[in-house]
Design a protein around this ligand. Structure first.
Ligand SMILES: *Cc1c(COP(=O)(O)O)cnc(C)c1O
Length: 449
């Protein structure tokens, strides 16, 4: 009998996260203050974020960082996640490639974001923080944070983009089920929100408005810290648990990946699965190909520019060194809400600049086509975000079919799509569009930085 799923017993779970910064020949540039342009240190960042996260953020020397016992204990509620050989998908594609996926959809929240929400809340609690706050667009991060806050006995306040609260009502129900206070942004509860509403009473909200409200709450409330679900280095560090497990599980399967693929919003699930394998490219002469799959409508890796830019739409954050489309870039309203971000994380940006990975961009309809094929073969309805990784995998597997190469392809299934069924409904009705960007449009946004 051929083995389908590879599971690690709890005793075999990795006990340390992997920090790729330590092994990079060219280190990522540091975040800088927008006015002074001085690099920011731990003390600057710790005004908003839990201090230990800031230490991890700027750590360029320690390759392995111990996972606290209390976090391990919570990881045990759902880890390890399965590594699965996608036999039925291979058969449908008639490819000689061996396709594996790491299934991060099997946890209480249904996406990988919980892997970083847990340590962020743990560190906040350790420091005596009583409240955490954040913003959420599609709602995956807000839901993960709400759960993690409840697990560690913190109060969570989540600002959800007003329009997405109306479009995806179940995500706010999930957050409230876990005890979080959810506010549609812009709201009247902050100075920033009031200013926005005064200027534009019908403002639909955006990640920019929600970030400014959450940051304001954190900086004006004693005992309250702000948390972020992607983009930053410490988030990729926490997510490395995905790739560290996968490394052991691939060994159980007796294989090593030639290609590693993940979808790309800010880079946390990509970094999570890719960095532990990339370590062997950097140190042991392996030549694995790393592919980040982004939407055609938000192509920062394939068509953006490497430079300092704000992390948020409104320009409240420090300046970050990254591949960006410009912080004022307004991505089309595609269903992969978690991939609608103008920039890329600092580590990934440096790796891309140094040619250690590559990006591909994928039209929305191709992602849903791949998502349906995956659902009908492997029996899991993927998140629209994750379907970008599946579409990139299909492309690689079909190349193998042409060349006859028996490559080993590993992709990350970052989440399931069971609360994204309106998106599937629209695709099945033939109502989904693609959004190509002209070079002029891209240049115009970059000029405005
Ligand atoms: C948030 C999200 C993403 C994108 O975020 P990254 O930081 O790039 O991983 C991808 N998939 C799912 C299911 C998400 O919720």
């Amino acid at each position: 009998m051929k083995q389908k799923r590879f599971m690690l017993p709890e005793s075999e779970l990795p006990r340390e996260w992997y920090n790729i910064q330590a092994d990079m020949a060219t280190k990522p540039l540091l975040p800088i203050h927008p006015k002074t342009r001085e690099p920011l240190g731990v003390d600057d960042l710790a005004r908003i974020f839990p201090r230990e996260c800031c230490v991890q953020e700027l750590d360029q020397t320690n390759a392995f960082i111990p996972i606290p016992d209390e976090v391990m204990e919570k990881y045990q509620y759902y880890r390890s996640t399965p590594l699965v050989r996608a036999y039925a998908l291979e058969e449908a594609l008639e490819t000689p490639a061996h396709i594996y996926f790491k299934n991060e959809s099997v946890n209480p929240l249904g996406s990988h974001k919980i892997n970083s929400a847990l340590p962020q809340c743990y560190y906040a609690k350790q420091e005596g923080t009583t409240n955490v706050t954040t913003e959420t667009g599609a709602g995956q991060w807000g839901a993960a944070l709400s759960y993690a806050a409840s697990v560690f006995g913190l109060e969570a306040a989540v600002y959800q983009v007003k329009i997405s609260m109306q479009q995806k009502p179940y995500r706010s129900s999930i957050m409230r089920t876990f005890g979080a206070a959810v506010t549609g942004s812009p709201s009247m509860s902050t100075r920033a929100g009031k200013d926005i509403i005064t200027r534009d009473p019908r403002h639909p909200g955006s990640l920019g408005t929600a970030i400014s409200e959450a940051v304001e709450l954190a900086t004006t409330t004693p005992g309250c810290k702000y948390t972020l679900g992607s983009v930053l280095n410490h988030v990729a560090l926490h997510q490395s648990i995905i790739g560290l497990e996968a490394e052991k599980q691939m060994a159980m399967a007796g294989e090593y990946p030639d290609v590693v693929i993940a979808c790309f919003g800010g880079g946390s699930n990509f970094g999570g699965i890719a960095f532990p394998f990339m370590r062997h490219n950097l140190k042991d002469g392996k030549t694995t190909d790393f592919i980040a799959a982004e939407p055609e409508s938000c192509p920062k890796l394939t068509r953006g520019q490497f430079r300092y830019d704000f992390g948020d739409e409104a320009g409240y954050t420090p300046l970050l060194p990254m591949f960006t489309l410009g912080h004022g870039f307004k991505p089309a309203n595609i269903h992969a809400g978690g991939l609608r971000y103008h920039g890329a994380g600092m580590i990934v940006s440096q790796l891309l600049k140094d040619g250690l990975m590559r990006g591909v961009d994928i039209p929305q309809t191709e992602t849903f086509e791949a998502g349906l094929l995956f659902a009908r073969t492997e029996g899991i309805i993927p998140a629209p975000e994750s379907s970008h990784a599946i579409a990139a995998t299909v492309r690689e597997a079909l190349k193998c079919k042409q060349t006859g190469e028996q490559k080993v392809i590993l992709f990350n299934l970052s989440g399931h799509g069971l609360i994204d069924m309106t998106a599937y409904e629209q695709y099945l009705n033939g109502d989904l569009m693609n959004y190509q960007l002209s070079d002029e449009e891209i240049a115009r946004n970059l000029d405005r930085i």
